[in-house]
Design a protein around this ligand. Structure first.
Ligand code: ATP
Ligand code: MN
Length: 459
């Protein structure tokens, strides 16, 4: 029976027969036999294989195995006398499935920089760190669905191609089949050719999720999102994934409770189910990571209003590059100061000025601020952005006019406020920022398999 290495190492009985498929990490010859370290991607650990010199293909093939070669190994599982592993596989057959020329294979035993590994995004998942990121990412994705499904949220597949271009979340990529000229009325006409109106790749599924929240109650979308901004930071991608719950009969307070509970659930789930990979990050990527995440799970998140936050920033000893005054959009330096130096834990900032937030956020009674919340975390900054939505027809209508939005085109969105409107709320959690937070990886390009950023989209 073919088994995955994670199963063999955790459940394999000594004396059992095992067959594994995997890739050679290292080969070491000693006297009459060789040690092979085999990795199959199922876990961080390698399986140690003992290849005796008596194997029929020993000198012809096994002694030529090098990093990257694919093999199928069969043999008996035995207790390992050496330190570092409990069991090892004594091979009676090693089939070389695919060779990897050691002169050409770029992954050598030494540690490679993440920058170098980005240049070989087709091979980097074979490294310890990127393999671990991939497994943790998969578990987090599963955890997101688990969290919502256990709470009777329904997943909604919102469109990737969208015609709502007013969400205000960011610059959109245009979708068209035509070769478009750079400017002019002709260009605009060409873009409209396929759908009869201009279309783009979605920047958020929120507006469509609202439609379903007002029919199904609690819903979420979890899908790819695109932003055409030329941001060259370690926190921005042109294509990323976003988790967007939308809840009917829900105010800002409950919205924040769900965000906090969900984040804590995901952190606990990963600490429990990805122990070995998390140990790697804890030791080599961000020292003390596991303890940090555990205290995030154990402690309450902080809460501060935008107005209070501005007061704190104005009193700060620190010189900020971007001057602080009521009404500014908080910059990364401000956000990081608040969460890293003042609160030293995740922090909700609420009630931002309406002038810096999109039209759909609910206007507060002061007439100046909206029921918005951003969740800031140390090391990253904004990880969640959310709000209570404006459910009052008249208020929404005038906010749309102010924002210069074509109310005709958004008749459907206004209808939701005409027919059975209810207070409702939701947020967007950037999935890659979450994976960064959980793994401690400094650059967002390391936590998505194939990063797309301005000027770069390999494979
Ligand atoms: P930022 O201010 O960091 O650019 P934003 O306020 O534009 O983010 P939102 O529109 O509020 O972002 O999107 C919700 C969440 O999606 C953010 O809190 C963040 O976690 C994530 N996110 C936004 N833009 C990006 C991006 N370009 N790459 C990766 N994640 C992103
Ligand atoms: Mn935001």
């Amino acid at each position: 029976m073919t088994n995955r290495i994670n199963k063999i190492l955790t459940e394999g009985k000594t004396g059992s027969r095992q067959t594994v498929n995997g890739w050679v990490r290292t080969r070491r010859d000693t006297g009459s036999f060789s040690f092979l370290e085999i990795n199959d991607g199922s876990c961080l650990a390698n399986l140690q294989v003992i290849a005796e010199g008596t194997l029929p293909n020993y000198s012809e093939e096994i002694k030529k195995l090098s990093a990257g070669c694919a093999v199928t190994v069969s043999g008996d599982l035995k207790e390992s006398p050496a330190k570092g592993q409990a069991v090892e596989l004594h091979a009676d057959s090693i089939i070389v499935v695919g060779w990897a020329d050691p002169e050409e294979y770029p992954l050598q035993k030494k540690r490679h920089s993440f920058e170098f590994l980005r240049e070989i995004s087709h091979l980097r998942p074979r490294t310890n760190a990127l393999g671990a990121v991939s497994r943790v990412r998969s578990r987090l994705s599963w955890g997101v669905h688990n969290y919502f499904q256990q709470r009777d949220f329904f997943q909604i597949h919102t469109p990737v191609i969208t015609t709502s271009d007013c969400e205000g979340a960011g610059e959109m990529f245009t979708v068209t089949t035509e070769k478009v000229e750079k400017s002019g009325a002709d260009a605009a006409a060409q873009v409209k050719e396929f759908f009869g109106k201009s279309a783009g790749l979605t920047v958020s599924g929120q507006l469509q999720a609202e439609v379903y929240a007002l029919a199904l109650g609690d819903v979420y979308t979890f899908g790819p999102t695109f932003r055409a901004e030329k941001s060259h930071t370690s926190r921005h991608l042109s294509e990323f994934w976003m988790i967007e719950p939308e809840m009917a009969f829900c105010d800002l307070e409950k919205n924040m409770q769900i965000a906090e509970e969900m984040l804590k659930y995901l952190l606990s789930d990963v600490l429990e189910n990805c122990r070995e990979d998390m140990q790697l990050f804890h030791k080599f990527i961000e020292k003390g990571l596991i303890d940090k995440l555990q205290s995030v799970i154990d402690d309450d998140f902080g809460h501060i209003s935008y107005t209070e936050a501005i007061e704190v920033l104005l009193k700060a000893e620190k010189q900020f590059e971007y001057p602080v005054s009521w009404g500014i959009d908080l910059q990364a330096e401000h956000e990081r100061y608040l969460t890293e130096e003042v609160y030293k834990r995740p922090l909700f900032v609420t009630d931002y000025p309406s002038s810096i937030k999109p039209f759909y956020m609910r206007l507060n009674d002061d007439g100046k601020t909206v029921a918005a919340m951003d969740l800031l975390v140390p090391g990253i900054g904004e990880i969640v952005g959310g709000s209570q939505r404006e459910e009052r027809y008249d208020v929404l209508y005038s906010r749309m006019l102010e924002a210069g939005i074509d109310v005709e085109q958004y008749g459907w969105y206004l209808d939701l406020r005409k027919f059975g409107s209810v207070p409702h709320s939701g947020f967007g959690l950037g999935f890659e920022r979450l994976v960064q937070y959980v793994t401690g990886m400094a650059n967002i390009r390391e936590v998505i398999p194939f990063p797309r950023t301005p000027g770069s989209a390999p494979c």
